[in-house]
Design a binder for this molecule. Structure first.
Ligand SMILES: Nc1ncnc2c1ncn2[C@@H]1O[C@H](COP(=O)(O)OP(=O)(O)OP(=O)(O)O)[C@@H](O)[C@H]1O
Ligand SMILES: [Mg+2]
Length: 259
């Protein structure tokens, strides 16, 4: 039976969809069979982040209404055959909690990992996504407003029977961390009182890739940071990407000044 992990945040725009997509690629490239589920019903964009939007013919509401089978609604990534996406274009009213749970149960039988891209906020869509999951990854950026929302989400998650709740700190500016101008990854973990399992750098590569609808380059800092999270999920390792490394030493000094 596959493990179902919800990627959530509270605050919007912190990088949930980007992390869900890239983590899906990293897990799939490590040999796992992965299904990504866009639970941002009606405001879905995981198809765009993955660059498969033109291949989406059906979505989760079509499965619920019996207009297609689950296997027909799953879009297999054109270059990564063990990575599939279930989109959700329908309006929120179109997908019931029960139908969503049934779809996740069915996916558990065919996939090693099911990653659910949770909508921002803490209303119906959040609960629909979280109630199906075994584990949660809370994504936050290292700014107080985002950390506070992550804290609220962490409180809400305690009402669910989740095996693990862990944190990913995204968009970390290593140069500002070294100057002591922003929260470090450790500070975020202490505030949230949760284990931090991912430290992902702010990386212009993400924006470039998003613009042309592809996953970040495998050599990018972003992808390497996400691979460490994939390794944590699959093997239980606990290495965090060092977002400050680029700004240390002589070269780092120039990089810091150039920003
Ligand atoms: N590590 C990063 N470095 C640079 N840009 C990033 C990074 N992570 C995400 N972004 C950019 O931030 C923006 C928001 O990302 P994304 O859509 O993944 O967030 P989200 O949490 O899913 O948003 P929403 O709550 O609206 O669903 C996108 O333009 C994305 O390219
Ligand atoms: Mg999103």
């Amino acid at each position: 039976m596959g493990r179902c992990i919800v990627v959530t945040s509270g605050k919007g725009g912190v990088g949930k969809s980007t992390i869900t997509a890239t983590l899906g690629v990293a897990l799939a490239e490590a040999g796992a069979k992965v299904a990504l589920v866009d639970a941002d019903v009606g405001l879905n964009n995981l198809d765009l982040v993955l660059g498969v939007e033109s291949a989406v013919a059906y979505d989760v509401s079509d499965v619920e209404k019996g207009r297609c089978r689950l296997t027909e609604a799953l879009v297999v990534h054109p270059f990564i055959e063990n990575l599939s996406l279930l989109s959700s274009r329908a309006l929120a009213s179109g997908v019931s909690q029960r139908a969503f749970a049934a779809v996740i149960s069915a996916l558990r039988r065919g996939f090693d990992y099911i990653l659910i891209d949770c909508p921002a906020g803490i209303d119906e869509g959040f609960h629909r996504a979280v109630s199906c999951a075994d584990e949660a990854l809370i994504v936050t950026t290292p700014v107080p407003a985002s950390v506070r929302d992550a804290d609220k989400v962490s409180d809400l998650l305690s009402a669910y029977r989740l095996r693990r709740v862990e944190v990913i700190v995204n968009r970390v500016r290593g140069d500002l961390v070294l100057k002591g101008e922003v929260l470090g990854v450790g500070d975020v973990g202490s505030v949230l009182r949760l284990p931090v399992v991912g430290s992902v750098p702010e990386d212009d590569e993400v924006l470039r890739s998003a613009t042309v609808g592809k996953i970040t380059d495998r050599e990018s800092r972003h992808y390497r940071a996400i691979c460490l999270i994939a390794s944590h999920i699959m093997l239980g390792t606990s290495s965090l990407y060092d977002c400050t490394a680029k700004y240390r030493g002589i070269l780092g000094l120039f990089r810091k000044r150039a920003r």
